[in-house]
Design a protein around this ligand. Structure first.
Ligand code: KG4
Ligand code: ZN
Length: 342
């Protein structure tokens, strides 16, 4: 069973061929950072147009690299949401057309489910249920992962996502876009104790997140006087790590059946955050699992893998419609706060 995966939900164009036995036959990712960087954020129309230009040659390249032709692909899967609707449509329409041409099934994949199951592509021993910290540019959630298609959201952010906070603080520091890797690099030579920053919601009873206040505190600190960029980056990264670990510990208290603590999504590529979560898991006697950094940030291998998991579980295909919002747990209660994410 070989699946062609397609990812175009935001500013990464990606294609991959993945086998159900976890072999990644070929995978490519083209980021559009050079396109959106000067704008200070992702411009939806530019993203969609870049996907149109890049996707078809990229699919041809992964087929070529793996030595397969379309007739040898058993299913085609594309991210159908959540994300930028114009960008999503490029992947969904392309995937559907290829599936139709090859006479194979098409699977519409939830981007969050692709992140949620990606650790199982990298780690065959990881079994359900696990507690997942899903931390990306658009989302910051704690989920009980019971199996493909079965998620219970334990917490979400009441304002910014963790990756969004990294990106906004990087702009304040003049470090460019995307912010996460730039802050991680700068933080290596910084002293986190040199700049006091708050830890929003630390110790709160519900395991929700909040990062808007932290971002504002960085702005005020910069306005108030001179600081070394490296120190501010280190202090910010440590504050985020403290918040993520504290909130995750609270969620672990509520999920005693969890067999592992798992992190996925772009922010899970951060080694300081990984180290902190690994420490938390060890203190609870749990394994800590996070995919390699390239599989944490957006890619199409995780999309193909989610399709493999859904087919193996016998789940019915989702409607092939691009969806800007698509919560993994439709029963999750809305959370008080401004920009609540799905
Ligand atoms: O999962 P992802 O590639 O896309 C979304 O689904 O959002 O996550 C992108 C986010 C960006 O906000 C980026 O700054 C952040 O992940 N990120 C990082 C690191 N690498 C990417 N944040 C902290 N440290 C990193 N090393
Ligand atoms: Zn993502």
């Amino acid at each position: 069973m070989i699946v062609l995966g397609i990812e175009t939900s935001c500013d990464e164009t990606a294609a991959a061929l993945v086998a159900a036995d976890r072999r990644i036959l070929a995978q490519r990712v083209a980021s559009q950072h050079e396109l959106h960087g000067p704008m200070g954020g992702v411009v939806p129309e530019l993203a969609a147009r870049a996907h149109v230009e890049r996707l078809a040659p990229m699919i041809a390249a992964v087929l070529d690299e793996s030595g397969l032709d379309l007739a040898q692909v058993d299913a085609v899967a594309a991210t159908a949401g959540p994300g930028l609707v114009g960008a999503l449509m490029v992947g969904v329409v392309t995937g559907q057309a290829l599936a139709w041409a090859a006479g194979r099934p098409f699977l519409a994949i939830n981007h969050l489910e692709a992140h949620a199951l990606s650790p199982r592509l990298a780690c065959p021993d990881l079994s359900f249920p696990y507690l997942l910290l899903l931390v990306s540019g658009g989302h910051c959630q704690l989920l009980a992962v019971q199996g493909p298609g079965a998620y219970r959201r334990l917490a979400t952010t009441i304002d910014d996502a963790a990756g969004e906070a990294f990106d906004k603080v990087a702009i304040l520091l003049g470090l460019g876009f995307p912010g996460g890797p730039a802050i991680e690099r700068a933080a290596r030579s910084g002293d986190p104790a040199a700049v006091p920053l708050p830890r929003p919601l630390l110790g709160a009873a519900e395991p929700h997140f909040s990062f808007a206040g932290l971002k504002t505190a960085v702005r005020r600190t910069l306005e108030a006087g001179a600081h070394r960029t490296a120190d501010v980056a280190a202090a910010f990264q440590e504050a985020v790590a403290d918040c993520l670990a504290d909130r995750t510990a609270r969620a672990l208290d509520r999920l005693p059946e969890a067999r592992a603590l798992v992190a996925a999504g772009g922010v899970a590529a951060n080694s300081a955050i990984r180290a902190r979560l690994a420490g938390l898991a060890a203190a609870r006697g749990l394994p800590f699992v996070a995919p390699p950094a390239w599989l944490c940030t957006d890619n199409a291998a995780m999309v193909a893998w989610a399709a493999c998991e859904r087919m193996a579980a016998g789940l019915a295909p989702e409607a092939p419609t691009a969806r800007p919002r698509w919560p993994l747990d439709p029963l999750a209660e809305p959370v008080r706060g401004a920009g609540v994410k799905a």
